[in-house]
Design a binder for this molecule. Structure first.
Ligand SMILES: Cc1cc2nc3c(=O)[nH]c(=O)nc-3n(C[C@H](O)[C@H](O)[C@H](O)COP(=O)(O)O)c2cc1C
Length: 727
């Protein structure tokens, strides 16, 4: 079954019951404080495990001429009703060891009683009780479907508690707290359902009856209660209730209710006249009540309160996630089957979706029968005349995630050969495979449909270029579309101004280090990204951050006509530049790892310089690939200091233009055994730099793990032991 079916069930259950869940949770949190407040009362004076029933009965008999009964409640408080020498009735808490009267029995506070009634039935009597029971059952199903979703997300039951990457606040805490409160919530819901069934008499009926043969009752050999073996062998913690004989007739006896059985005891001889086991239903009822209410345990009451507060957070975060997902969904008024114009989008970070949506909305405004979807949703379009594909390119000329099945689907699903298509590629000339995926898509479409325009590529989300394509398409299709430029521009929001505090000269590889001073409240760490906006518009360039002495240090290679690198290179000390700090949790230095192996080439070393500077005790190895010794000079001083301070354990430099010409992957091959051992010992490998280096390193690592550890590299990837940030 797909994840979306479980997600849909999880959501549908939550939507159908959330009002009840919220009311039950809020009142449940309040009620968790009732047992806590009771437990804090000073009536729990002795450990009932260490006191026998014989001791208590005897001490009561020594002190009071008449005893009606003795009870032990869920808080282990001993409650009794007695008559004193003066003939006064005394009822309340007693010390079970001395029979000293401690105080009157606590009356439930009117507030807690009011909340309890609301929690049980919402003041709607039986109807309310029914809905509360049903809601408890639905909450149980929500917990079950949530568990299945976590198992699916974590790729298996065994990895249920494995680390989760914090990409989104609501999603992260929904899962983390969901895992932690799963068991208490399951217990709360099952016991809630059980208690409701009990109230509706839906549980099997069991009645215990004692059979006593009164003709055989005898008064000898007479013994004191202190010597009754049944009393001496029973600790007070096992007792719920003892009723004393009403008179001194042999037909009157002690009635003793323990947690698991009821006994009738001859008041003269101590013989057991009748013994009946407590029905299972009754045992479960008592257990359910205590587990559901937290009665008798401060710790369990606190766990219940926290788990119930988490339920409120799940309601909030669950709906927040759903709204976010819905917002980014592509919305249509017509079905794909009925549409004349089909727009398919491939996007990783949403900017191509923004352009495609603007185009789509203009078509709708012109009363065109248009339909928009992600590329992976490609299907048959029986009425379509135009197909427009807009796609970004990622990786090494690869498809964005929501378009990675498109080429395969195109082979399997055919539409009319007369379908006219146009491909718009979004990409960046900063990458070697400019718009490669769009080219692949265009090639594949040419085999099956008719192009109305040659492929149109757009560098850096250029608004002008996109407007140009819109106008070209309008002309060839005969459908007039114009999109005001202001609708297309995506302005970066919440930029921060940071001061440049130092910049090195460019070295032989045209690389330089630049350091910016953050404000105190700016939160970032090594491995996060810094986005700069060279033209103060939508064009964004990202750099890996190294947090060095609290500042932001970047390693930048100056490219000819490079927008971002040129901009940073022209910044002088003291200049303030507008930036955005982008959290990149997937590439943070792992907090728990005992050994880290860092692999970088070129400017990819930047985050590692920060991580090493912050390193206190972790064994760390750095494999760095550069061209020549001069390339190394700008990093040399920092790396030597790390070695000197013990922050870096071992450093391996691969120079690709000197002597035997080595790359980092060659050095890893050379140290294969040591690398395999590190991985075996749970070392985390972090890779930063070019995608080409990443590819070679990954294939060498695969070779190493298969040869020496008998495991594919994916085994370590699944254990989150490989982290990459390559470009
Ligand atoms: C990690 C990464 C890899 C990229 N790889 C390429 C690439 O190989 N070729 C290319 O032309 N553009 C590449 N780009 C640029 C994106 O395709 C471009 O910014 C596009 O407008 C993003 O569209 P989106 O926001 O819809 O995902 C890459 C961008 C990133 C962040």
């Amino acid at each position: 079954m797909t994840i979306s079916i479980w997600r849909y069930s999880h959501l549908a259950l939550a939507v159908s019951s959330f009002v009840f869940i919220v009311l039950a949770s809020v009142t449940g949190i309040i009620l968790a404080f009732q047992p806590i407040s009771e437990q804090l009362e000073p009536y729990n004076v002795a450990n009932l495990d260490n006191i026998t029933l014989a001791e208590t009965v005897t001490v009561f008999q020594d002190n009071y001429p008449e005893i009606i009964d003795i009870k032990v409640d869920a808080n282990d408080f001993v409650i009794a009703t007695v008559f004193t020498e003066d003939g006064n009735n005394l009822s309340g808490y007693f010390n079970p060891q001395t029979a000293e009267y401690l105080g009157e029995e606590l009356k439930p506070s009117p507030f807690f009683q009011w909340v309890t009634n609301f929690h049980r039935s919402l003041f709607l009597k039986s109807v309310g009780r029914f809905f509360v029971g049903l809601c408890s059952f639905l909450l149980f199903l929500i917990a079950v479907t949530g568990t299945i979703l976590i198992i699916k997300r974590q790729h298996g039951f065994k990895r249920f508690f494995s680390k989760i990457i914090n990409e989104d606040f609501n999603q992260y805490w929904h899962v983390v707290l969901g895992r932690l409160s799963l068991l208490p919530i399951i217990i709360i819901t099952i016991t809630g359902v059980y208690l409701s069934l009990e109230k509706f008499d839906a549980l099997p009926k069991t009645k215990t009856t004692h059979q006593v043969d009164f003709d055989t009752l005898i008064e000898s050999p007479k013994q004191n209660a202190s010597n009754f073996s049944v009393f001496t062998n029973t600790s007070l913690s096992e007792v719920k209730h003892v009723e004393f004989p009403f008179s001194s007739d042999v037909e009157d006896y002690f009635t003793v209710k323990l947690h698991d059985k009821d006994l009738l005891i001859n008041q003269f001889t101590g013989a057991i006249l009748s013994e009946v086991n407590t029905p299972k239903v009754e045992v479960f009822s008592a257990l359910s009540l205590n587990l559901h209410t937290g009665k008798g345990s401060i710790l369990w009451s606190i766990i219940l309160a926290v788990a119930t507060a988490n339920i409120l957070f799940f309601v909030y975060s669950g709906f927040a996630m759903t709204l976010k997902r819905r917002k980014s969904r592509l919305k249509n008024k017509v079905k794909a089957e009925d549409a004349d114009i089909i727009i398919l989008v491939g996007s990783e970070n949403g900017s191509s979706i923004h352009y495609a949506n603007m185009f789509f909305k203009q078509l709708i405004k012109q009363n065109q029968n248009a339909f928009i979807a992600e590329m992976n949703a490609y299907q048959q379009y029986p009425n379509a005349k135009h197909l427009v594909v807009m796609t970004a390119t990622y990786g090494q000329g690869d498809a964005p995630t929501n378009a990675n099945q498109f080429l395969q689907k195109l082979k399997e699903i055919t539409n009319t050969k007369d379908l006219k298509f146009s491909v718009v590629g979004f990409g960046s000339l900063a990458y070697p495979d400019f718009c490669q995926f769009a080219y692949d898509v265009d090639q594949a479409l040419q085999q099956v449909y008719k192009p109305v325009l040659p492929i149109f590529t757009i560098n850096d989300k250029s608004v002008d270029a996109f407007s140009q394509w819109v106008s070209d398409w309008s002309e060839v299709s005969g459908i007039s579309v114009t999109i005001p430029q202001k609708h297309l521009t995506i302005q970066p929001k919440q930029l921060k101004k940071l001061k440049v505090i130092s910049k090195t000269k460019t070295n032989v590889d045209n690389t330089f280090l630049i350091t910016l001073k953050p404000k105190k409240h700016h939160q970032f760490t090594s491995g996060d990204l810094l986005a700069v906006y060279p033209k103060n518009d939508y064009r964004e360039r990202l750099y890996s951050i190294g947090k060095v002495a609290g500042n932001i240090q970047l390693s930048v290679k100056l490219h000819e006509n490079g927008l971002g690198s040129g901009f940073l290179h022209s910044a002088a000390d003291g200049d303030k530049i507008k930036v955005r700090l982008v959290k990149n949790s997937a590439f943070h230095c792992p907090k728990k790892a005992k050994q880290i192996l860092m692999i970088a080439n070129g400017t990819g070393v930047a985050p590692f310089l920060g991580m090493l500077q912050q390193n206190k005790k972790v064994e760390s190895h750095l494999y760095l690939g550069l061209r020549t010794e001069e390339s190394y000079q700008i990093y040399q001083e920092q790396i030597k200091q790390f070695l000197f301070d013990g922050k870096l354990t071992k450093h391996h430099l691969a120079l690709s233009r000197v002597g035997d010409k080595h790359y980092v992957q060659d050095l890893l091959k050379r140290d294969a055994k040591a690398v395999a051992k590190l991985l075996y010992n749970n070392c985390v490998i972090m890779i930063c730099g070019s995608l080409a280096m990443h590819k070679s390193v990954m294939s060498v690592l695969e070779e190493i793990t298969v040869t020496y550890n008998n495991k594919p590299l994916s085994y370590y990837q699944n254990k989150q032991q490989i982290k990459s940030d390559c470009y």
